[in-house]
Design a protein around this ligand. Structure first.
Ligand code: SF4
Length: 459
């Protein structure tokens, strides 16, 4: 990884979106109603030949990791999950009826929480509620997030039998001091055991998630963590920058700002992951993922055909994407739609036969153009300017005059991008600052200037 000076780091380490969507979820509002969502589903139903992506949120965990940024329900009370699954089944029935013959899935993902918090019977029930109403296309990505601390061999065998072909394991860090600091105790052997069992079952693709920037992490400890990961050689790894957002996730207040690695150390931590993974035959994908060079994500990145949605990087994007379960976000007919995060409201909406949508956002033409630009830069570190002009009927240079000026005076002047009339390419250390580069094309950021913090920091 190219070197970055302390001055550059200070200049670009600022609050900014991760761009899992554009516009970001901060712009969602309650003016997007359940009725409007029904209209979007009806519209989607009129294209039955088009495939869909589906995300299912299974929110339960037994204990909370103090760094967690997910929408999670911590409970050990028996029966809560069973009640939730009954509600989820009603949501699947309601939405799939509205979708009519639009039943083909190219991407299907269980996220959480901890999907394997559920019992074997509960997992089968969730699967059946979808399998009875949707069909999986050949080669569909069928993915699940698992926690090695709670996932049993029998659950792994069930996942394989049901058809899951991509498994993502939360690891975060193998160091015991870091684990104590974030209340997540997971031995290397727990991870190794589950990994070996999944490999033995013939699971096609296994991903490990790591986080850098956690309390107690040091360059030496993180190097050891990555070396241990390399002993297992997962197909893909994500190395996320820790998003410290205690103003959004109150439980993160258990972590103190002064215990977090400084930005220079954080950069070094990522540099270690980059050095070790790329040195071991992995290719960097987007800003924080690595995949073995033979992996389909790595191939797509080389061919600049990689996409990204709320489920992560993918080679299988469907134009429309439906979210199920509390807090799930869908993207249907040019609009984002998010379910309520509260279990009781989720249930109440379904009791009344209404989709549990709480807020959303309908994109304008300008949003769609900027979204394409940001998506391409985030995924492929490259933008084909002429393709954007053709797709949207614009003259790029005049449409983005202000953005290009901002780019040239900021990241461009530091050598983070190279620009010709035909293309914008993220160069060298610019990969680390790709969020900052995308921010030049974001029409909403300025509206939030001076407000209380919204986003995590970019480094
Ligand atoms: S297991 Fe995952 S989802 Fe659950 S609290 Fe920990 S980080 Fe959050």
């Amino acid at each position: 990884m190219a070197s970055v000076t302390a001055d550059l780091l200070a200049k670009y380490d600022r609050a900014g979106p991760r761009y899992t969507s554009y516009p970001t979820a901060v712009e969602f509002h309650e003016g997007f109603t359940p009725e409007r969502y029904f209209e979007k589903l009806d519209q989607a139903a009129s294209n039955p030949e088009q495939p869909l992506s589906v995300y299912v949120h299974l929110p339960f965990c037994r204990e909370r990791c103090s760094f967690c940024g997910c929408n999670v329900i911590i409970t050990q009370r028996p029966g809560v999950a069973a009640g939730y699954i009954a509600d989820l089944e009603r949501e699947v029935a309601l939405v799939s009826t509205r979708l009519g013959r639009r039943t083909r899935l190219v991407q299907y993902h269980w996220g959480g929480g901890t999907p394997t918090y559920l019992s074997l019977e509960e997992m089968e029930r969730v699967w059946k509620s979808f399998a009875d109403r949707f069909t999986f296309e050949p080669g569909a990505e069928i993915a699940v997030e698992v926690d090695p601390r709670v996932t049993t061999h029998r659950q792994a065998e069930l996942l394989k039998r049901l058809g899951f072909n991509r498994i993502s394991m939360g690891v975060q860090d193998f160091d015991s001091d870091v684990q104590a600091a974030v209340n997540r105790y997971q031995t290397f052997n727990q991870t190794k055991d589950l990994h070996e069992h999944l490999r033995g079952l013939g699971i096609e693709s296994i991903n490990f998630d790591f986080i850098y920037g956690l309390p107690q992490q040091t360059p030496a400890s993180f190097r050891k963590t990555i070396q241990l990961a390399l002993e297992l050689r997962p197909d893909r790894v994500a190395v996320y920058s820790y998003a410290f957002v205690p103003w959004i996730k109150a439980h993160q207040k258990a972590i103190h700002l002064e215990d977090l690695p400084q930005r220079e150390v954080k950069l070094e931590l990522f540099g270690i992951a980059h050095e070790l993974f790329t040195g071991a035959g992995y290719q960097q994908i987007g800003m924080d993922h690595f995949a073995l060079e033979t992996d389909s994500l790595a191939r797509a990145a080389r061919e600049r055909t990689l996409y990204r949605n709320f489920m992560g990087y993918t080679t299988h994007p469907a134009k429309d994407f439906v979210g199920f379960g509390v807090s799930a976000i869908g993207d249907l007919g040019g609009a984002f739609a998010q379910n309520t995060k509260k279990l009781n409201r989720y249930k109440e909406a379904l009791d009344r036969g209404r989709p549990p949508i709480e807020r959303g956002f309908e994109r304008s033409k300008d949003d769609e153009i900027r979204r394409d630009v940001i998506q391409s830069l985030m995924c492929n570190f490259y933008l084909d300017v002429r393709a954007v002009e053709r797709a949207h009927g614009i003259d790029f240079a005049s449409y983005f005059r202000e953005s290009l000026l901002e780019l040239d005076e900021g990241p461009g002047s530091n050598g983070f991008v190279t620009r010709t009339p035909d293309a914008i390419e993220v160069a060298g250390p610019g990969r680390l600052f790709v969020r900052n580069i995308c921010m030049a094309f974001d029409a909403y950021l300025k509206r939030h200037e001076g407000e209380k913090p919204i986003f995590s920091r970019t480094v």
